[in-house]
Design a protein around this ligand. Structure first.
Ligand code: ZN
Length: 339
């Protein structure tokens, strides 16, 4: 179900710009909705279509025949063009058909609206074919290009559109949207912190994958603070895949951030502490702020070695564990007063 303009979250600049254009009847015939993925660009395009076609003339009442058809996705004057099922690109044929469609007068509503999403999926020939129509679609009809990679669009395409910029969502908005989808509060909290302001990224982290990474992270932290590092080295041995190793290290950074927050007496930021179980309390009570800070430094060093220096992920993680352990040992001796 598509939201109304007023329900688009955290995009005040974009929404008020569109609202002003609507109120003064000054909508541009071609827009480029650009910004990170998963922040509401496509929802906003649908909301704008509702606002244009609503017969109550009220930014989409949600109840008239146009609003209802748009919400169900079967309004004859609204078309979303994307890559064909299972394909990555929007080809010239698809663009030509959409052009024929947008050149016709609206069937039922006030205007036809063509949304191309993601616009950067158009091949060069498809994008070139669109140029003429982008310049002058049938008067009163609108084209909205949606893209999270707008810099890869042809300059000739970009220059024919009015840009509307979208920004990352707040963590709290992502959490609320996930809860509204029926997700459990703890899960939503955790995924929101993975999402970095994007619903799409938050949802990518759903599932057992995260549970597995948390488990690995916990084993690494336990091993780094116990007498024998076997468990931690065992966990490192399971991190041969570069992408997976990076994901686990990023998660470890979040764990340390959560730990530092807890030590400072601040409320939990994500659902991570809850998912980490006993180890979290032990770390919270056992370590010092400086040991947590040195853990963070060790994790960052490992991340850099993998990401920038292309180091073997298992070796990088082993090095990180060893450096965490030596810091822990230093802490122990200083606590019992040895020099
Ligand atoms: Zn309506």
């Amino acid at each position: 179900m598509s939201p109304r303009l007023a329900q688009i979250k955290d995009q005040d600049a974009a929404v008020s710009m569109l609202r002003r254009a609507l109120q003064h009847d000054k909508l541009h015939h071609a827009y480029l909705f650009e910004g990170p993925k998963g922040v509401g660009k496509l929802s906003c395009a649908r909301a704008l279509a509702m606002a244009i076609n609503c017969s109550a003339g009220d930014e989409g009442c949600g109840e008239c025949i146009h609003c209802r058809k748009l919400q169900k996705g079967n309004h004859p004057d609204f078309l979303e063009l994307g890559p064909p099922e299972g394909k990555r690109n929007i080809l010239i044929d698809g663009v030509r058909q959409a052009e024929d469609w947008i050149r016709m007068r609206p069937h039922e509503g006030a205007a036809r609206i063509l949304v191309i999403s993601p616009a950067d999926a158009m091949t060069e020939s498809a994008a070139n074919a669109l140029l003429k129509t982008l310049e002058e679609p049938r008067k009163g009809n609108y084209i909205i290009l949606v893209s999270a990679a707008s810099s890869s669009l042809l300059p000739t395409v970009r220059s024919r559109c009015q840009s509307v910029r979208f920004r990352a969502l707040s963590r709290d908005t992502v959490r609320q949207l996930l809860c509204a989808m029926g997700m459990d509060a703890n899960e939503a909290e955790l995924l929101a912190s993975f999402g970095r302001g994007s619903m799409e990224m938050a949802l990518q982290h759903r599932s057992e994958e995260v549970a597995g990474r948390i488990q690995l992270g916990v084993e690494i932290l336990e091993g780094a603070s116990s007498r024998l590092p076997v468990k931690a080295l065992d966990a490192a041995a399971r991190l041969r895949d570069r992408g997976e190793a990076i994901a686990v290290l990023e998660l470890l950074l979040m764990m340390m951030e959560e730990l530092l927050h807890a030590r400072a007496g601040m409320a939990a930021q994500s659902g991570l502490a809850h998912k980490m179980g006993d180890i979290f309390l032990r770390l919270q009570q056992g370590g010092t702020v400086s040991s947590a800070a040195s853990h963070v430094a060790a994790i960052n060093r490992a991340l850099t070695s993998i990401q920038r220096n292309n180091m073997n992920p298992q070796l990088a993680v082993e090095g990180m564990i060893m450096s965490m352990r030596s810091r822990q040992k230093a802490d122990f001796w200083s606590r019992i007063g040895a020099k």
